[in-house]
Design a protein around this ligand. Structure first.
Ligand code: HEM
Length: 276
């Protein structure tokens, strides 16, 4: 007997929360097709990226040692395991890990947001923001600022594409000479303020992210939970103070480069001797 569906039955039938995946990935990749799997990926890649941001800030403190010293440090990163592996091989492995983490972190954030939007659209009551704090509500906007900042930052201090752009980098870009490049970039007040805004966004994002990463991966214990907020505040505060210091110290003239270094010459002489 044919079952006829009345209009009111249609209303009662809930729509699926998301379209079923067009294909199912094999185990364990199929876990990423679930909200819980995506949360794990977002949490773990987030913690990995926190590690990078902390290490990068600590590495940047070599800027205070002097122009030659920070150039030598940058050179030592490019030549890890020299003699055993080609130059920059280890650095490229680290870079690929970083790119993968960035990519997965952003992809899981966007797809989880889309799943949340569909799920929330089923509830009639207005959202209760009492449980959300400033950082959690601004995570999306700070995330977008960080993504834009990283592209800008690579163009500015790694690739040197911004040399001469809009006429602010008077003395150009010098590959392998971090203090020269940082000084030339952040001597401009607009660029220095942009660095301060972006590094503040990084700290706010980190503060919320560290807390929620533990929740996402299911690490919750009444003994340790009270420690998570102070830990997140400590790490975010440390990164904020360290990163804000660079544009401030350039603007006040404490961090200053003399002349562009002849990096090729140094690699053939001083850096080689120091490594031996
Ligand atoms: C004011 C604070 C910062 C300063 C002074 C700074 C400085 C630098 C410098 C000098 C380089 C080029 C190193 C070289 O090519 O030898 C660099 C590369 C880089 N920075 Fe920063 N940085 C800052 C903040 C950040 C933040 C907050 C992030 C991430 C959110 C970041 C991500 C990167 C990445 C991904 C690279 C490329 C690394 C590579 O080429 O392997 N930086 N930074």
């Amino acid at each position: 007997m044919a079952v006829t569906q009345r209009p009111q039955d249609k209303l009662r039938t809930p729509k699926p929360l998301k379209k079923p995946a067009r294909f199912t990935l094999p185990w364990p990749l199929n876990l990423y097709q679930t909200a819980v799997g995506k949360k794990w990926v977002m949490g773990l890649t987030g913690l990995g990226l926190v590690g990078f941001v902390v290490a990068h800030m600590i590495g940047n403190l070599h800027l205070y040692e002097g122009q030659l010293e920070v150039a030598e440090y940058a050179h030592s990163l490019r030549t890890i395991a020299e003699g055993l592996l080609p130059e920059t091989a280890v650095l490229w492995v680290l870079r690929l890990g970083l790119i993968t983490m960035f990519g997965l972190h952003i992809h899981s954030a966007i797809t989880l947001s889309a799943m949340n939007r569909v799920a929330n659209s089923r509830y009639q009551a207005p959202r209760n923001f009492a449980a959300a704090n400033f950082a959690s509500r601004t995570t999306r906007i700070t995330g977008i600022i960080i993504a834009l900042f990283v592209i800008w930052h690579l163009a500015d201090l790694t690739w040197g594409f911004t040399g001469g752009f809009m006429g602010w980098r008077g003395d150009g870009f010098n590959h392998g000479d971090p203090l020269w490049n940082v000084d030339n970039s952040m001597s401009n007040v607009v660029i220095a303020v942009w660095y301060m805004i972006a590094t503040t966004a990084v700290a706010v994002h980190l503060f919320h992210g560290i807390g929620s990463a533990f929740t996402s991966i299911g690490v919750s214990n009444p003994k340790f939970n009270p420690l998570i907020k102070p830990l997140a505040a400590g790490i975010a505060g440390l990164v904020l103070v360290g990163n804000l210091s660079f544009p401030i110290m350039v603007m006040t003239g404490v961090l200053e480069a003399d002349e562009p270094l002849d990096v090729h010459e140094l690699i053939a002489t001083e850096f080689k001797e120091a490594a031996e």
